[in-house]
Design a protein around this ligand. Structure first.
Ligand SMILES: Nc1nc2c(ncn2[C@@H]2O[C@H](COP(=O)(O)OP(=O)(O)OP(=O)(O)O)[C@@H](O)[C@H]2O)c(=O)[nH]1
Length: 598
């Protein structure tokens, strides 16, 4: 066991975690040059294209030190984005140490700090790595100072590297062996293994990634999942070395895979503890947290006959994405669809993109919403995320909404506008902390719902891309939430209804009305577009009448051409959604609902 190291790499997004992982893999000879492609651990196309890590992956590397000692290094990759922080937690629980990567040109950022706190929560030993020293803008001394002042870690222990050129990689490997502790645990104790990841394989079913904490596991053992209370028989287990390498057993301290006839990742819970059915551990591994959906949105197919395809696509995605929830939903405007729960906005984006790209589906996605918790007059409680389930307001006694603690790190010059932005988004209690002379950390408690609407985009714009943002959910707090309907020609269009704080209702309604007024083509009559809370109108825009005579360009003569044009116009109209007497083209739904998110 003293020749095992279980570690992960944590970093702010884009600081080079995946590239560093690639170099470590290459340096250990874990993969032949021919099989090597960049970002080995990022397996999804979207991950590679966007350069972000979404799903964690794991690999066991064989490393020989300069004096000939052999080690097994288990590198557990972690996602870098806030939406997936529960995955980061699970990965951290499987490790004793972590490399904390900081970009030499950017310095410490919000997610570096957030990830550091998480790692400390799990008592990990940290080894700082300063990456991208090949860049002209690299400033290793300044980053050392930040590692000391912002992270409270030993600046002289930090290893300067370039994951791009490979400089310093040997020092990182030596550092892992020398500075990170080996695992502990008793191979003879009752089995306790942490499931920290799982993915679905067409041929083998679900492949579980596990860290054995105590005990020993062998093929044909019957395992018991302590939280979900399911039993399975182990078919095979072993190491992940880019392919699955079967082993006769996995014991305390080791990290590996298990194949046990699990059909879908929805059948198990990641973070669960596995024990043996006939010699169970008395308690599961502490620190289990369920993935919690915090952002909800309805997803409709662009054309109603694609609904069965959407259903199939979601089933397929869910096999591999335990955090995605979905249930049937319907809209008068858009037909049948699904109400989906996501971990955050990035998760929503990723699912949306995969549906469109991998399954070739055209989608209309409603405005994302958080979940409100209502206490009704009869003292019952109700959780609502979907405007169509909003109860009669006269029955509502009180409401609460989820709050987050946001951490924003920015250059000092942007403090004023960023504070203002936070206040506009209903921030409560902001604090400011100088990290260095010119970099400031603002922490602010604000409603999660406020971050879903225009916040990221504005923050990026105000700070010219230099601001970094992270958040953790804190608690539910009282709120005054209302349901706003958007009426087109006096008819409510359910796909546009939304839940919002009363103070924000009007601005957002105006935004919708104006966008819709642009997106809906003129008709032969005047069309009012209104925002309303119950019976009272709070915003309004108007589409002026217009009549398009498609045959105007034709003078006399050819009847068939005229007929053709009219036929074409008729087809165009058929494609539109009929609303009252107003046609709302599908593109209007897409453009208005999309504009909303940025
Ligand atoms: N010049 C230079 N560029 C680097 C170095 N390491 C990484 N990069 C580049 O930095 C960008 C981000 O690197 P990634 O490895 O994808 O970053 P990451 O931290 O894994 O990002 P996420 O997976 O999104 O968290 C890529 O364009 C890399 O090519 C380095 O040492 N020098």
């Amino acid at each position: 066991m003293k020749h095992i190291r279980n570690f992960c790499i944590i970093a702010h997004i884009d600081h080079g975690k995946s590239t560093l992982a690639d170099r470590l893999i290459q340096a250990c000879g874990g993969v032949t040059q021919r099989d090597f492609h960049d970002q080995m651990l990022d397996s999804m196309d979207i991950e590679r294209e966007r350069g972000i890590t979404i799903k964690s992956n794991t690999v066991t590397l064989a490393y020989k030190t300069a004096d000939g000692q052999e080690y097994l290094l288990n590198l557990i990759d972690t996602p870098g984005h806030v939406d997936f922080s529960h995955e980061v937690r699970r990965s951290l629980m499987a490790c004793e140490g972590a490399l904390i990567v900081v970009d030499a040109s950017q310095g410490v950022e919000a997610q570096t700090v957030a990830n550091l706190y998480l790692a400390l929560e799990y008592d990990l030993t940290l080894l700082p790595v300063i990456n991208k020293i090949d860049l002209p803008a690299a400033d290793v001394d300044r980053v050392r100072e930040e590692i000391d002042s912002d992270l409270g870690l030993d600046p002289f222990a930090a290893i300067p590297v370039s994951a791009k050129t490979g400089v310093g990689i040997d020092k990182v490997l030596a550092g892992i062996v020398d500075h990170l502790p080996p695992p502990k645990g008793d191979p003879n104790a009752p089995l306790k293994a942490l499931v920290f990841d799982a993915h679905f394989d067409k041929f083998r079913g679900v492949i579980l990634q596990c860290r054995v904490m105590e005990g020993t596991l062998k093929p044909r053992d019957v395992i018991h999942f302590m939280h979900s209370d399911h039993d399975y028989k182990v078919d095979e287990l072993g190491y992940n070395q880019f392919k699955l390498v079967p082993k006769p057993q996995l014991s305390a301290g080791e990290v590996g895979y298990i194949v046990a006839g699990v059909k879908s990742v929805q059948d198990i819970e990641i973070g669960d503890t596995i024990t043996l059915l006939d010699n169970p551990a008395s308690e599961p591994i502490p620190g289990y947290q369920e993935a919690k959906q915090v952002v909800f949105s309805s997803v409709y197919p662009m054309s109603t006959d694609e609904y069965p395809d959407l259903a199939k696509a979601l089933d397929k995605l869910a096999i591999n994405d335990a955090a995605l929830t979905y249930e049937k939903d319907s809209s008068a405007a858009l037909g049948f669809g699904f109400r989906c729960g996501f971990l955050g906005l990035l998760h929503l984006d990723v699912v949306q993109e995969r549906l469109q790209r991998e399954f070739n589906l055209g989608l209309v996605i409603s405005a994302p919403s958080v979940q409100y918790c209502l206490t009704l007059k009869d003292e019952s409680t109700l959780n609502v995320d979907n405007p169509s389930n909003w109860p009669d307001p006269s029955n509502i006694e009180s409401a609460t909404e989820p709050y987050i603690k946001a951490t924003i790190i920015i250059p000092e010059e942007f403090v004023g506008p960023v504070m203002e932005l936070c206040r506009e988004h209903r921030s409560e209690s902001q604090t400011m902390n100088y990290l260095t002379a010119d970099r400031v950390e603002i922490t602010s408690e604000m409603p999660l719902g406020e971050v879903l609407f225009e916040f990221y985009g504005k923050l990026k714009m105000i700070t010219r891309g230099y601001g970094s943002f992270d958040y953790t959910p804190i608690e539910y707090r009282p709120t005054d939430v209302v349901k706003v309907d958007i009426l087109v020609n006096k008819e409510p269009v359910d796909a546009f209804s939304y839940l919002v704080h009363r103070d924000k209702a009007r601005t957002r309604a105006l935004h919708y009305c104006e966008q819709l007024a642009e997106a809906i083509p003129r008709h032969q009559f005047k069309i009012p577009i209104q925002g309303a809370i119950g019976g009272s109108i709070i915003a309004r825009a108007t589409i002026q009448p217009y009549r398009k005579d498609v045959t105007a360009k034709l003078y006399g003569g050819d009847v068939t051409r005229k007929k053709k044009l009219l036929e074409k116009q008729k087809k165009g109209k058929a494609k539109m959604k009929q609303f009252g007497s107003v046609n709302i083209p599908q593109e209007a739904f897409v453009s208005v609902l999309r504009a909303e998110k940025d």
